[in-house]
Design a protein around this ligand. Structure first.
Ligand code: C5P
Length: 209
């Protein structure tokens, strides 16, 4: 059989990362969080004083990125997510990160990748495509609770505004906008806890051709 490649896409804070990681562990597959690549480019561009609206300059930062040496812990926060979504709109940035992602996806063991355009652009031939969503309100609530658990109080309304802004930017851009592939299965986690969402995702994988 063809290797099991699983493409997980969806908006910010829908639970894709958690699901993708658990699927990877469950099926014994390597996992790539592609958002980290864009976060690293956004952070580097910002540190280097590059104009984030300059597509060519941001593209040069992306081409110089050592994708194998990304410091994940430093890139988790909301600010890096915001920087990422700004540079991710530029075609030269996306083009620079494509080869690394495709090579990862071509692993003969199979792979799990999560992002925004995995099913549509990076792995259009993936055996399994899941588009993970949840309402903006639920995503903002989860984010707010996560931050609170870390002792950080951020107002729910403010997080909700950020979630909506990121959705609009990711879905509204011309280059690889956030949207489900025609053959993706939708998984709305608004009413599901992690365990139930994980079992639903496994069912989708196990039913795949
Ligand atoms: O998933 P994460 O929140 O880490 O992604 C940060 C940002 O990177 C997203 O809001 C999106 O703009 C961009 N991104 C992308 N394509 C991907 C993964 C992330 O455009 N495959």
């Amino acid at each position: 059989a063809a290797p099991l490649t699983i493409a997980i896409d969806g908006p910010a804070a829908a639970g894709k990362g958690t699901l993708a990681k658990r699927l990877a562990a469950h099926y014994g597959l390597p996992y790539l969080d592609t958002g980290l690549l864009y976060r690293a480019v956004g952070r580097l561009a910002d540190e280097q004083g590059v104009d984030l609206d300059d597509a060519e300059a941001a593209g040069a930062v992306a081409r110089a990125l050592d994708a194998g040496a990304i410091d994940e812990a430093a890139l988790r926060g909301r600010e890096a997510g915001e920087l990422a979504s700004r540079v991710a709109a530029h075609p030269p940035v996306r083009a620079a990160l494509e080869a690394f992602q495709r090579a990862f996806a071509a692993d003969p063991r199979g792979a799990v990748l999560d992002g925004r355009d995995i099913g549509t652009v990076i792995c259009p031939g993936a055996r399994v495509k899941i588009f993970v969503t949840a309402s903006a309100e639920v995503r903002a609530r989860r984010r707010t609770d996560e931050l609170a658990a870390k002792g950080r109080t951020v107002e729910y309304e403010r997080i909700l505004a950020e979630v909506r802004e990121r959705d609009a930017r990711d879905a509204g851009r011309a280059a690889a906008p956030l949207k489900p592939a025609a053959d993706a299965r939708l998984l709305d986690t608004s009413e599901l806890d992690i365990e139930t969402a994980f079992r639903a995702a496994c069912a989708i994988v196990d039913q795949a051709p």
